[in-house]
Ligand binder design. Sequence first.
Ligand SMILES: [Zn+2]
Length: 70
Amino acid sequence: MAGGPLAADVACMTCLFDDRVAVRARRVHEGVETDRYRCERGHTFGLDWPTPAAEPQWPPPPEVLAGLHD
Ligand SMILES: [Zn+2]
């Protein structure tokens, strides 16, 4: 279990940093240290979780959303 139950959904890193939009990505594979995700727009990526997430990862926190519109 990498990210744990609170990391089942995250914000897509590609959409966030390339397109500056928050798009939900669902976990498609849970690994030992790395989970793989696929977003609603079809991007796939991996996230390393040294420890399971302590807070829900979706929706993103307000400071992340606010940063999209600089
Ligand atoms: Zn995406």
